[in-house]
Each structure stands twice: as C-alpha cells, then as structure tokens.
Design a protein around this ligand. Structure first.
Ligand SMILES: N[C@@H](CCC(=O)N[C@@H](CS)C(=O)NCC(=O)O)C(=O)O
Length: 245
C-alpha cells in the first residue's frame, strides 16, 4: 500500500490532511509542490481542478481536504475522525464545511495580505520542502507572484480587513465553546476540532507544521499587534492542537 500526499507545505488545508494521516497512523510520502508550478502536476493527476491537497492511494486519487478525510475514514476506519452517531456526524460535517468555506480563506487572505509585503519572509514559506533553487526563482519573479496570488485569492486592503473580522468572529465563537467543553461535537475529538485547529495553526505557528515560521521580529507589525490582542483565544486553539496532534 502506498499513500502519497501532493501538497504545499504552507497550506493549512494540507495541514488538515497531514494531521488526519498522522492521527490514523498511516505511513505516507509527501510531495511538496511549488505554488504556480503545481498546476501541471495536479491537473495531470486529477484531470480537473488544480488545488491541493490531493491524495493518491495506490493510484486512486482524491482531491480536497474534506473528501480526503471522508475517504480515509471509509478506507481506514481505525481512529475515526467522523462521529458514528448520525446527529454528531452531521454536526461535525457542518462545522468542517463552515470552517473550510469561511475561516480557511479568511486566515489565508489576512496573512498573505501582510506577508506578501515581506518577500524575504514569505518566499521561504511558499517554497518550503522544495529544492533550494525555487527560493531563487520565486525571489526573481516576486512581483509577478505577488500579483497572481492577489488576483487569484482577491487579496487587498479591504478583503484583508473583512477577513480579520471573520477570524475574530470565529475565534470568539470557538473559544467560547472550548471554555465549556473539550470538543466541538460530542465527547471526543473529531474532524470539526481538527479543521478548526489546523486552519488557525498559522496563527500559533506549531513546530510540527513544516514551514520556516518567521522569528517574532520579522512578523508584519499589523499581524503582531493583532496576535497580541487575540492571544487568549488563539491559545485556546493551540491547546486543542497540542492535545490532539
Ligand atoms: N476546500 C479545499 C481548498 C483547497 C485550497 O484552497 N487549496 C489551495 C492552497 S491553500 C490551492 O491549492 N490553490 C491553488 C490552486 O487552486 O491551484 C480543500 O479543503 O482542500
């Protein structure tokens, strides 16, 4: 049996899948792609959309973090991430959907809006896990990379501010729940908790997450001020990550 994960090391959707694979104790190979160059590789694999993560299990391919977790739970039922009880299952899937659709893009937009203004910091994160010369390529083409990423993800001052508000709403909601109970759904860890903590992980920068996080002094000022203000809520999510990752 061979499992391969095609991914960007930086992607928090890929972190969802890395975590699911580790949680289930499944051996796998990660194939790190450079954003931009990934399109050809992924389209060849899927025959369709170019987004990562993509899982290849003995030639069977699954695209998208939610679909991959569905597949892993069906194929390798040990250490389930989907609750067995139908009501809890529905609740966990609804949480994951909301988090994937709203929180994930908000974290990405807010972070990139500020980090793209620091090429020296963001390039090593974008190229993490790929050959060293990709850092040089990205640095040389940075103004084009910046333009493409901003266009593709609709990143600008206004969307970044809206994204910050979305993150604040989610952090408030999640921290309120975790103050009262250890899990979002039922009485055990599920894909709902995994999605929340993985998608917010760039805000607490865990060691297991395979990118060279910047030292505190190199974090853009706006983000640093914001992180300080939201530290109690962020720490709550970090605890969920540490306890279950
Ligand atoms: N909902 C999808 C989102 C995946 C996604 O947005 N992936 C981004 C990286 S964070 C990507 O691959 N972008 C490049 C592309 O779409 O070609 C999932 O959960 O897998």
């Amino acid at each position: 049996m061979a499992i391969k994960l095609y991914q960007f090391a930086i992607s928090h959707y890929c972190e969802k899948v890395r975590w699911a694979l580790d949680y289930k104790g499944l051996n796998h190979e990660t194939i790190n792609l450079l954003p931009g160059q990934h399109v050809k590789t992924i389209r060849t694999l899927t025959g369709g959309a170019s987004s990562v993560p993509v899982l290849d299990h003995d030639g069977h391919r699954v695209q998208g973090s939610k679909e991959i977790i569905d597949y892993l739970d069906e194929t390798f039922p040990e250490n389930p991430l989907t609750p067995a009880d139908p009501e809890n299952r529905e609740a966990a899937l609804a949480w994951e959907q909301r988090l994937d659709d709203e929180l994930g893009p908000a974290v990405r937009c807010y972070s990139y809006h500020h980090f793209l203004q620091r090429p020296k910091v963001v390039v090593p994160m974008l190229a993490a896990g790929t050959p060293f010369y990709n850092r040089i390529l990205l640095k040389l083409a940075f103004s084009r990379v910046d333009e493409i990423m901003r266009n593709w993800m609709k990143i600008n001052e206004k969307t970044s501010e809206r994204s910050r508000e979305t993150m604040e709403a989610y952090l408030t909601e999640l921290a309120d729940i975790y103050r009262k109970k250890p899990y979002l759904v039922g009485d055990r860890f599920s894909r709902a908790d995994l999605a929340a903590a993985a998608l917010l992980a760039p805000m607490f920068q865990p060691e297991q997450y395979p990118v060279p996080w910047p030292k505190a002094a190199r974090i853009p000022r706006d983000i640093k001020v914001w992180l300080d203000e939201w530290q109690p809520q962020i720490q709550t999510l970090e605890q969920v990550y540490t306890a279950n990752r």
